[in-house]
Structure formats: structure tokens, C-alpha cells
Design a protein around this ligand. Structure first.
Ligand code: GCU
Length: 409
């Protein structure tokens, strides 16, 4: 072997030893603490400036612009009972009329508040297929919005058979632990298919289309979550200082962006949000931007398509979105069988946001070593990985509830 080859091999071994030791080494990853003009961020005040730059960057290049809170928006509590789920909870169902008109885009929020504990905190979940899927509670309004066809959805409309698809026991466990649970169907805000950004709430804002930083579907879902908080601020039974926004998978991407763009969310719970969620693109593992943009062209803005094929040289990355949440707590959950979401890349989304948390006087994620299965690591950022597939299991909820106990109790 030539001297040159020896040298190359030696360097490669050295580099890989370093990389496996400090799992967090990703060459060329953008630094959330360096301003656009190269200035290093060293103070909280400078971070406020840098935060604005990052918000602008992700709004333009990835998630798109969002409209402000609509001036004519109204809320209607159309049903309530203080004897829901066998007396465990008070149920409220609310319609948000985005422009105040009953025949225009609107969303329903289903809220359960525990009867025994008041105002400890609440999980606001964006759901996949209608609020009625959350429990067998027959008082829950059956969604009339467009839903993806399945065994319980015919001609894109939910049927009675779709009730209670999500295990009741998880909702009841959350209530027993003293937390409220609210859910919105994402399709009320914007149906999850590519129609050129015309239906759902996009219909109210045609001026926000036809541009690179257009109002996207993930942008719309995040915006809908903001509007749910607007309602909650009018409801004296809810402690809006302790609302944790939760999403799984594509809805985890939306929950992350909702928390990044609205500081009223006290906490973010991101379950297997994967590519376009908390996961670092630059590793080039799991799903890529090409797949994301080709299969779901409506999720992100049009500008984002220019990064197809550029995952490993991207000038920004998702730890920067996590940083936008700092110093508020965020819990990240992964599953071992969900390699498509790249669990280690999700973990590193927390690791690389940690310097921002530290600058703001907190600990961020207290390790750079990928934890073992079922051994959660918890600071102001929490990370857990469990065996099993892409899903939300009781174990996942337990980790999020423990995190809420730590920060909200
Ligand atoms: C697809 C998509 C993922 C997404 C997932 C989901 O698999 O490629 O990015 O997270 O759907 O939402 O379940």
C-alpha cells in the first residue's frame, strides 16, 4: 500500500472513530448561532435577532407565509357536557368560523378537561381523520369534511364505523393524569391532498398563492393550531399558559412549525416527525426531499422544491427549527422500526439545537449519545426511542405525560 493510501485510510479511520464517539458530528451542518453576516451569537439579545432571521428563512424557503389572525373569526361552543367518558371529563365541542361565516372554511375542536384536576395543562393534538376517531363517545360530532378513503370512510366521508379508532384508553389515561386533551381534524383546516393550494383555508387567501413562499398545507395546519389557541384564550376553563402542541408524523411536522411560530405554545411534543420534522436532512438517511416534494407537493411551499436532491448540502437544517422553540420544552419521540424517519437524525435535531438552549440558560438535551431503547433522556429537550413501528403507542404518551409533569406540575 502506498504512503498516500495509508494516509487516506488513517485519516478515514480517525474521522470515523471521532464520528462514532461524538455521534453528533455532521460535517457542514449550519450553525443556528451564527448570524447571516457571520457574527457569532453570544447574548440573548443577539439571539432574538437571529431568531427573526431563522423564522424568515424557514418561512421563505420551506413552510411558506401564514396569514395573520383573521379579524372576523368567531367561535361557537355547540355542545358541552360535564359528564363525559363516564364522568371522568367535561367535554366541549367548538366550531371556529375562520371568517365568521357559517358557509365558509371552519374547524371543530373537541376538548376533554379532567373533572378532578383543574388547569394543570392540556395536550392539543392535530388528528388524522376526524374528531370522532378519538373515542367511542357517541356525542362527538362525526366529521363532515373530506377524509382519505378507508374501510370506515366512504366517498371521502367518515361513517359511524370510524368512531373510536384511536384507543380510548390513551385519552382516558391522559385525563386521569390530570391533563386536558383537545383535538382538531387536520382536514378541516386543509384537506391532505394536492389541489394546487385552492381548498380548505387556502380558499380564503388566494393572494398568498402563485409565489415561492406560498401558504402551504403544513403552514395551514400550523395556522389552524394557532387559531385553536385563540379560542382557548376565550375559555376560562383552560390554562393557556400550559398548552402542549402534539403531532405525529406529517402532523408532527405541522406541530413543530406551530410551536416554532407561536410562543404561546408552552411545549411541543413531536412524535416521529421525521423528514421535514425534527430530523436532520444532511445525514442523507431515510426519506429525502425528493420523495417529500414529489409525493406530497402541497405540504411545503414552492421554494422548497429547489432543494430536491440537495439534502446533504442544504444551507439550513431542522435543528434550527427546534431552536426556534427554545427555551420552551420540546419532547421528541422515535421508534426503532421507523428507520424511514431516521430516529438518530431525529435525536440529532435535539442535540444540535442544544447550544441555543444553553445560551438561553437551560440544558437542552443532556446527552450527545443516542440513548438505548426505552431509556428516555430528559432535560428541557427530551428524547425517547422505543421498539416497534411508526405509530403513537401508550408508551409514547407516557413519556410525554412524564415530561409534562416535569414542566407543568
Ligand atoms: C409518509 C411521508 C412521511 C410522513 C408520513 C406520515 O410516509 O413520506 O414524511 O411523515 O407519511 O405522515 O405518516
Amino acid at each position: 500500500m502506498s504512503v498516500k493510501k495509508h494516509l487516506v485510510l488513517g485519516l478515514t479511520l480517525l474521522l470515523s472513530a471521532f464520528c462514532s464517539h461524538a455521534q453528533s458530528t455532521i460535517v457542514g451542518l449550519a450553525d443556528p448561532l451564527t448570524m447571516d453576516d457571520g457574527t457569532k451569537v453570544a447574548t440573548t439579545k443577539q439571539w432574538q435577532q437571529r431568531r427573526k432571521e431563522l423564522l424568515q428563512l424557514f418561512t421563505t424557503e420551506m413552510y411558506g407565509q401564514m396569514p395573520a389572525r383573521p379579524r372576523n373569526m368567531t367561535f361557537k361552543v355547540f355542545e358541552s357536557s360535564n359528564n363525559a367518558l363516564g364522568g371522568l371529563a367535561t367535554r366541549k365541542q367548538v366550531t371556529v368560523y375562520f371568517n365568521g361565516k357559517a358557509d365558509s372554511p371552519q374547524m371543530d375542536i373537541l376538548i376533554y378537561l379532567p373533572n378532578k384536576v383543574k388547569k394543570r395543562g392540556l395536550i392539543l393534538q392535530l388528528g388524522f381523520s376526524g374528531n370522532q376517531t378519538l373515542s367511542n363517545d357517541t356525542a362527538v360530532k362525526l366529521s363532515t369534511s373530506w377524509v382519505t378513503n378507508s374501510k370506515t370512510v366512504l366517498n371521502n366521508r367518515a361513517t359511524e364505523a370510524s368512531r373510536g379508532k384511536t384507543p380510548n384508553k390513551d385519552v382516558e389515561m391522559i385525563l386521569r393524569r390530570g391533563y386536558g386533551f383537545a383535538t382538531i381534524y387536520c382536514g378541516d383546516i386543509d384537506p391532505d391532498f394536492d389541489d394546487g393550494f385552492k381548498n380548505g383555508v387556502h380558499a380564503l387567501y388566494p393572494e398568498m398563492q402563485g409565489r415561492g413562499d406560498n401558504f402551504s398545507t403544513i403552514g395551514a395546519w400550523a395556522w389552524g393550531l394557532h387559531r385553536a389557541l385563540d379560542y382557548m384564550e376565550t375559555d376560562k376553563d383552560i390554562n393557556t399558559k400550559k398548552v402542549a402542541v402534539f403531532g405525529f408524523s406529517r402532523l408532527g411536522k405541522a406541530a413543530l412549525w406551530a410551536g416554532a411560530t407561536d410562543k404561546r405554545f408552552a411545549m411541543v411534543l413531536s412524535n416521529e416527525s421525521g423528514c421535514g420534522g425534527v430530523r436532520i436532512f444532511r445525514r442523507g438517511k431515510g426519506e429525502d426531499i425528493k420523495h417529500l416534494c414529489n409525493s406530497f407537493p402541497h405540504w411545503f411551499d414552492i421554494n422548497f422544491r429547489k432543494y430536491i436532491g440537495k439534502d446533504t448540502v442544504l444551507p439550513f437544517d431542522q435543528h434550527m427549527v427546534v431552536s426556534l422553540i427554545a427555551p420552551r420544552p420540546i419532547a421528541i419521540g422515535s421508534a426503532d422500526g421507523d428507520q424511514y424517519s431516521d430516529p438518530e437524525g431525529e435525536f440529532l435535531g435535539g442535540v444540535y439545537a442544544t447550544p441555543v438552549y444553553k445560551l438561553l440558560g437551560s440544558d437542552g438535551l443532556p446527552t450527545t449519545q443516542m440513548p438505548k431503547l426505552n431509556e428516555p433522556v430528559s432535560g428541557q429537550i427530551q428524547y425517547h426511542i422505543r421498539p416497534g413501528n411508526h405509530d403513537v403507542l401508550t408508551y409514547d404518551w407516557e413519556q410525554y405525560l412524564n415530561f409534562m409533569d416535569k414542566h407543568f406540575k
